[in-house]
Design a protein around this ligand. Structure first.
Ligand code: ZN
Length: 623
């Protein structure tokens, strides 16, 4: 054990582990090695590290500022060769095994490090080892297609002092613009989920960020954010709250209040706001990057998950520190090249735009689509979101996510009426129905909804539907098979189409395939379908290549062939046309999304909230 400060101060392990890539690693654990007197005799952070730069080097840090802790890190300048990097489980054990005589200041007292003599140290080394093996957190391929601009504001004050200052009136004009354009300010948490998992964002997403913790952020920005219900991120540096800078500052009390508001995300922006983190020593980076997180967490009582590089300046070493500190994402900026989030290299180098670009780049904002679903054929776990497109003049509203199902009502109603008092978040008018009576719920072809009664359809009409898509929905998947009146006129005939006896809960016959096996369907495939080649409002539903269900309508009249081509472009794997013309109707969260009063219908395809999103809503706040 270390018995004196001098011994501790000089504790080091400097070992030859080969050379090669320069990698930084860190692992912070509590180690009961420290002399408490020593801690209390020192203010702030003390870094104790080896005097010589060698390949593998451990350093010890402790802080007496807040809950004295001893941390251990493997020095970010430690060099580890490729062989060791590719064998992470051996890596630090290898280093440690070489340690027989870490030395005290006088080089006289060897200390043996082994799993038995210093188990915590050994464990820390292994943890650090695992951190080392990780690449920078990557951006999901599907999120790269999205276009999310983050806008960066600095001071907001009534009288401008420098060109990037913004007055409260200007800021409100920006917010009005955001509202008028239908842009959706999102939180950093939502952005992170999108970037990690490829989950698409709400329509026209943007993100508002305010740097440096000015007093105006509380006085002018916060009330506006509440008024418009816009989330935003405030990047603050610790010294700012001490009010020792030229301009006005947030106080700790104000920041604490902001931290409690779910609209607000607080990001660490270091302790002292150094102009260029790349020029800092590792010891200083430890302070600025890691300790700022710890201090903010302690003062604000919330997890600080995000970091913002002062003036955007960073490199691989700085990023390694941000990663080691446990930040999930780090915001950058560059005057030379302003980029959308999806164009950033990884989660620790997220690009931003200056606020003056708001009206220039916002029109491009797009929440993106998820890519190929890798874990299985279907994904019924995504959040339900709405988006609008204009592709080749075809205007579409599409709602994706959740789990698909159908409702067969007892009469004909407006779509929002059918959804009312159900769990459905969104619904589109469904299959063809008999127009004979206004209150009839008789469908053309067989139908079954949510495991209810199977209605076989009219035996004399059914043969005319041959070859149209019979849609079968189960709990875990969906199947589209060509309808065959001879086989599909009984429940047993329908069940025979299911894979491995999977439970089929919903069945109906769609009008036509618009996209089949990821290919838009040609003119010939529509056969005798009424008016398929004529521009009409059209309703559709299908499975995207992400595995997610999607329902939608065209806002302007479009023919079936063109609609299929556009849906293929959007990545639909299968898309089936539902009813069209006067019945075309789409509703989201109880509201109709079409600008006319459609013909009432007896059948809808709905999206139900996924089980996982239900859990999320009840999940606990801390993580
Ligand atoms: Zn700054």
């Amino acid at each position: 054990m270390f018995s004196s400060p001098s011994q501790w101060r000089s504790f080091k392990l400097a070992l030859g582990c080969g050379s090669g890539l320069i990698m930084g690693v860190y692992s912070l654990i509590l180690v009961n090695l420290i002399d408490r007197d020593y801690l209390t005799n020192n203010n702030g952070l003390t870094a104790i590290k080896g005097q010589q730069e060698k390949d593998c080097q451990f350093s010890a840090f402790e802080s007496s500022n807040h809950s004295p802790k001893l941390g251990l890190h493997i020095h970010p300048s430690a060099q580890l060769n490729n062989h060791l990097l590719s064998n992470p489980s051996l890596n630090l054990q290898h280093c440690l095994k070489g340690v027989t005589s870490p030395i005290d200041s006088n080089n006289t007292k060897p200390i043996i490090i082994s799993p038995t003599t210093f188990p915590e140290l050994w464990k820390a080394a292994k943890n650090a080892n695992q951190a080392l093996a990780k690449p920078f957190p990557y951006i999901h391929e599907s999120a790269r297609a999205a276009k999310v601009p983050i806008f960066m504001y600095h001071d907001i004050l009534p009288k401008k002092e420098v060109f990037f200052d913004v007055t409260p009136e200007e800021l409100e004009r920006h917010f009005k613009y955001i509202q008028k354009q239908g842009l959706t300010p999102i939180s950093l948490d939502l952005l992170l989920e999108h970037l990690q998992k490829g989950i698409p964002l709400p329509d026209k997403p943007i993100l508002l960020s305010f740097d440096d913790g000015y007093g105006g952020h509380y006085e002018h920005v916060y009330p506006l954010l509440k008024k418009y219900n816009y989330p935003a991120v405030f990047s603050v540096y610790v010294k700012k709250m001490e009010g020792k800078t030229a301009r006005s500052s947030l106080t700790w009390e104000q920041l604490q209040q902001l931290a409690k508001d779910p609209l607000i995300t607080i990001a660490s922006h270091t302790i002292t706001h150094p102009r260029d983190l790349r020029e800092l020593s590792d010891d200083d980076l430890f302070q600025e990057v890691m300790m700022s997180k710890e201090i903010l967490e302690e003062r604000l009582g919330i997890p600080i998950k995000y970091f913002t590089y002062p003036e955007g300046k960073h490199d691989a070493r700085v990023k390694r520190w941000a990663m080691a500190a446990g930040y999930k994402m780090a915001l950058s900026m560059s005057n030379e090249e302003e980029i959308f989030v999806g164009e950033s290299p990884d989660l620790l180098s997220i690009g931003r735009f200056g606020q003056s670009q708001l009206q220039v780049v916002s029109p491009e904002a797009w929440g993106g689509y998820p890519g190929e679903h890798l874990e299985g054929d279907f994904d019924f776990t995504a959040n339900i979101t709405k988006r609008e497109h204009n592709i080749d003049g075809v205007e579409l509203i599409i709602i994706n996510g959740g789990k698909p199902s159908t409702i067969h009502a007892n009469s004909r109603y407006q779509v929002p009426e059918i959804m009312a008092n159900t769990e459905a978040v969104a619904a589109v008018d469904g299959a063809f129905f008999s127009l004979k009576y206004l209150d009839s719920n008789v469908m053309i072809g067989p139908v079954m909804s949510q495991g209810g009664e199977f209605v076989p359809g009219n035996a004399s009409e059914n043969p005319r539907l041959n070859g149209r898509p019979l849609v079968l929905m189960g709990d875990k998947g969906v199947k589209f098979v060509p309808f065959d009146a001879d086989n599909h006129n009984s429940w047993s005939g329908v069940v025979a189409e299911s894979d491995d006896g999977e439970l089929i809960t919903d069945a109906f016959v769609g009008a036509a395939w618009l996209v089949k096996d990821s290919l838009a369907q040609p003119y010939e495939s529509f056969g005798n379908l009424f008016d398929f080649q004529v521009p009409r409002h059209r309703a559709f539903w299908g499975i995207h290549r992400s595995g997610q269900p999607m329902i939608g309508v065209s806002k302007n009249p479009v023919d079936s062939i063109k609609l299929g081509q556009v849906l293929e472009q959007l990545g639909f794997r299968e898309a089936v046309m539902l009813d069209s013309g006067a019945s075309t109707s789409l509703a989201y969260q109880g509201e109709s999304l079409v600008g006319y009063i459609p013909r009432p219908v007896p059948h809808v395809v709905v999206l139900l909230p996924s089980v996982s999103s239900l859990l999320e809503n009840t999940g606990d706040f801390s993580q």
